[in-house]
Design a protein. Structure first.
Length: 279
């Protein structure tokens, strides 16, 4: 290599290093939309970016703020438009009456996405209870979701009759204690989930995931049942059965993570979501 070529190469390396050293611009600020649907209003947070949109749906008892640390990372890594929202009764969204209903929650999310102009090719990321919303959403709204990442999510295979009875029996004392405490938004939502748990989850157990929506299932190593080995085994087995039940499904284990995978291992959620965006 000539001295001139060495100088040119050195200059190029210096420019590249300088470019890498520049601090990354913060993601665009999200806009907040109060969207009326099904007789109540929901708060949607929309961070600008290109298609495909990434839709983040938090688990039970959580609102859109759960995703705040990950939104900035996803925005920087993918450049995608990112949408989070507060389900009915959470965050800034209105409360609704009656027991938890995955179909109604999916209808709310679909209406919000339509209002925001997201009618296809979205990547859906759902944690925990939001797995139920995801299943109803993709079945009732073909084409809206192109790919999904289910993060230690509720899956139909988990909710067998023996498991439903076990959950109802073991959580009954906790629910009774909640009913004695001062009523709060979060408590009311937990009580609503317990009301009608059996019929709601027997219906969910019959649900199938569409074959044309590829999905990555992230299952935590510790699961939501870290203190109960039989329940933890059933949770992991249900995830494996879900993945084996159709094409285009991938199972990933979040090693060392609790059920709270987006907080314990955000890099893994970012990695698997970015893969779906790229594909």
């Amino acid at each position: 290599m000539t001295s001139r070529n060495i100088l040119v190469l050195s200059a190029a390396v210096l420019v590249a290093v300088a470019a890498c050293a520049q601090p990354k611009a913060p993601p665009p600020a999200p806009s907040v939309h109060m969207i009326a649907t099904n007789g109540h209003r929901l708060a949607f947070h929309d961070t600008p970016g290109h298609s495909p949109a990434i839709v983040l749906d938090a688990g039970g008892g959580e609102d859109s703020s759960y995703w705040e640390p990950l939104v900035a990372q996803l925005s920087a890594a993918t450049g995608s438009r990112i949408i989070t929202y507060d389900r009915a009764g959470m965050g800034a969204s209105d409360e609704t009456q009656g027991p938890w209903d995955g179909r109604a929650a999916a209808s709310d999310l679909a209406a919000g996405l339509r209002t925001l102009g997201v009618t296809g090719h979205a990547v859906l990321v759902s944690h925990s209870q939001a797995g139920e919303v995801a299943a109803y959403l993709v079945r009732a709204n073909p084409g809206v979701v192109a790919r999904a990442v289910l993060v230690d999510a509720n899956l139909p295979q988990f909710f067998t009759d023996p498991q439903i009875k076990r959950i109802v029996r073991t959580t009954a004392p906790q629910i009774e204690e909640l009913k004695k405490q001062p009523s709060t938004k979060k408590n009311r939502q937990l009580i609503a989930t317990a009301d009608g748990f059996g019929p709601t989850h027997r219906a969910f157990h019959q649900l199938t995931w569409p074959a044309d929506v590829p999905v990555t299932v992230i299952v935590s190593e510790k699961t939501p049942f870290d203190g109960s080995p039989p329940d933890a085994r059933h949770w992991r087995s249900a995830a494996a059965a879900f993945v084996a039940a159709g094409p285009g499904r991938t199972l990933v284990t979040a090693r060392g993570s609790s059920h709270d995978v987006p907080r314990d291992n955000p890099a893994l959620v970012l990695q698997e979501t970015a893969k779906m965006v790229k594909e």
